[in-house]
Design a protein. Structure first.
Length: 239
């Protein structure tokens, strides 16, 4: 695989069973799909360093972040991860600009405002930097969360069901914007979604999880046309 991409291998018997192996190449979007409780968010958290599996390896951008055999486990702040949570997790007392600038502590203070404004422009929020989250729509809050994730200058972008809290019309617009953003940032992106149509529309490849185990990976159209087993078909709720 491309050395600048993401590789994760995670395994444990419990308390959350895991038998996961996934790759996401540079500038590729990989969708993690599967039923509720299949381990999708746990995988994202393990990549980000928010959850440590009993055994595993996570590497990205040519750097090892987790190697349990070698005793390596970088804390979240040392992993170059941008993560957008399902709830967006914005600071309610800060403006949109302040939320983004808060993730720019690695840059000299005089540069932060201009960089935060540039990131808000990248996600089509020019002129809205002075609003607090409560004054923004769901779609606008999601864009702030993406801008804040990008402010960390990540090696990988992790999206945990980022479209689930918005209406269908806004979701379609955000899908278009994500496709546009991919051209601008050229990062490996891992998207957790419960919506198979969303995975088909957005992803280069799809990884199907069931009870914490990777059961099939491939192009979305190929996986849907030829599920590898009845278990995969059931995980995708296919007839």
């Amino acid at each position: 695989m491309n050395g600048q991409g993401l590789h994760a291998r995670l395994s444990q018997a419990g308390p959350i069973p895991l038998a996961v192996e996934l790759d996401c190449g540079e500038a590729e979007l990989l969708a993690l799909v599967g039923p509720s409780g299949s381990g999708k968010t746990t995988v994202l958290r393990a990549i980000a360093g928010l959850y440590r599996p009993r055994s595993g390896l996570v590497s990205c951008g040519g750097e090892d972040w987790l190697d349990t055999r070698a005793g390596l486990d970088l804390p979240p702040h040392r992993r170059r991860v941008g993560m957008v949570f399902q709830s967006y997790a914005l600071f309610p007392h800060m403006t949109a600009l302040g939320n983004v600038a808060a993730a720019l502590h690695h840059r000299p203070a005089p540069e932060r405002q201009a960089r935060a404004e540039a990131l808000l422009a990248l996600v089509h929020l020019e002129g809205l930097g002075g609003r607090r989250p409560a004054e923004l729509s769901g779609g606008q809050q999601q864009r702030v969360a993406v801008a804040r994730a990008l402010a960390r200058e990540p090696a990988v972008l992790l999206l945990d069901e980022p479209f689930s809290a918005v209406d269908r019309r806004t979701r379609r617009k955000l899908h278009e914007e994500l496709a546009e953003l991919r051209q601008a940032v050229q990062l490996p992106i891992v998207l957790v979604t419960h919506d198979i149509g969303e995975a088909v529309a957005l992803a280069d490849r799809m990884c199907v999880l069931d009870r914490g185990e990777t059961v099939q990976t491939g192009r979305p159209a190929d996986v849907l046309a030829a599920p590898a087993s009845e278990r995969v078909a059931a995980a995708l709720d296919l007839p």
